[in-house]
Design a protein around this ligand. Structure first.
Ligand code: MF3
Ligand code: CO
Ligand code: CO
Length: 296
């Protein structure tokens, strides 16, 4: 283990003394803090983990059901209906509905919509669009949260493919970075470096999140480097989402007058993929993947 004395130069490379930099508390937010996270701070109990496995599995089954139904000519309200009906038919709850006033059972985010798009009967998807469908279900009290971006039809622009494939791979890279003993900073850095090397940008105003009985729990899971993420140690039993939003242009977003729909500020295309994960002794278990589906 790395042992640092307070007057040593800080290993983060700042050039300052460790006690004035990452070693300072509570302001010190560096990776090489002398104080570590209280053990098991975010870890779930075995019963909670069993509940999370069930909700993740249901969410994955619903996505599997929905995937082949997506086609040009559907409205985003049609997709909302499919998700809503399937969820209720299986005895579960669509988490978005009435969550902080959200009016629908799923988020549908088209083209330059980054996230939290509201399904509408007048929004009809057409050849060449990219559409993200973000499904969150509550199963026996526990949340599962996953999303995918779909190509609509076949006439997909090079930029739409670039942003979508970059987001798809960014999630996989994030999943591979999850290991006990690492931090959320390591996950964020891996995603950010990949996305930026492809000439795209990582959205900053929205992040992944802890998840369990709550939809959005601590900690925040950013997809770009932040000082706070250096302090969050990955420990077995933690459950959280990874859900990088990738823009073809600048990362900045704005929220429309409906109070929900987040769009790229520059009008560029945006894509996203999301899974709910469990940190294990060995690394990661993707709770929103179907058993037997290829590992990331
Ligand atoms: N599913 C989104 C997420 O990944 C949150 C949607 S909140 C809602 O965190 F209210 F818009 F549904
Ligand atoms: Co989420
Ligand atoms: Co989601």
């Amino acid at each position: 283990m790395l042992k640092i004395r307070p007057n040593d130069p800080c290993p983060c490379g700042s050039g300052r003394k460790h006690k004035k930099c990452c070693g300072a508390e509570p302001e010190g937010r560096g990776r090489f803090s002398l104080l570590s996270q209280k053990r098991g701070r975010y870890a779930k109990s075995p019963e909670e983990i069993a509940g999370m496995r069930r909700s993740g599995r249901f969410n994955a089954e619903l996505m599997e059901y929905l995937r082949p139904l997506i086609r040009p000519g559907l409205s985003t309200e049609d997709i909302n209906g499919i998700v809503h009906e399937y969820t209720l038919r299986h005895g579960h709850i669509p988490a978005p509905l009435n969550y902080r006033g959200f009016p629908k059972s799923v988020c549908t985010s088209l083209n330059d919509v980054v996230c939290h798009g509201i399904p509408s009967a007048t929004e009809v998807i057409k050849d060449g669009d990219i559409l993200n469908v973000d499904i969150t279900s509550i199963v026996a009290g526990f949340h599962g949260d996953m999303n995918e971006t779909f190509y609509i039809g076949t006439n997909i622009s090079a930029t739409a493919r670039l942003v979508t494939e970059t987001a798809r791979e960014a999630l996989k890279i994030g999943l591979r970075a999850v290991k006990p003993g690492r931090t959320l900073y390591d996950v964020a850095a891996a995603i950010q470096d990949y996305v930026e090397a492809r000439g795209c940008s990582v959205v900053r105003e929205f992040t992944g999140h802890g998840i369990g009985r709550g939809f959005h729990e601590d900690p925040q899971v950013p997809h770009y480097r932040t000082p706070e993420s250096r302090k969050v140690l990955l420990e077995p039993g933690m459950t959280f989402t990874i859900e990088p939003m990738v823009n073809a242009g600048h990362w900045r977003t704005r929220v429309l007058a409906d109070g929900w729909t987040a769009v790229t500020e520059d009008g560029s295309l945006s894509a996203q993929f999301e899974h709910t994960v469990l940190v294990t002794e060995a690394g990661v278990e993707v709770l929103t993947a179907l058993p037997g589906s290829p590992p990331f």
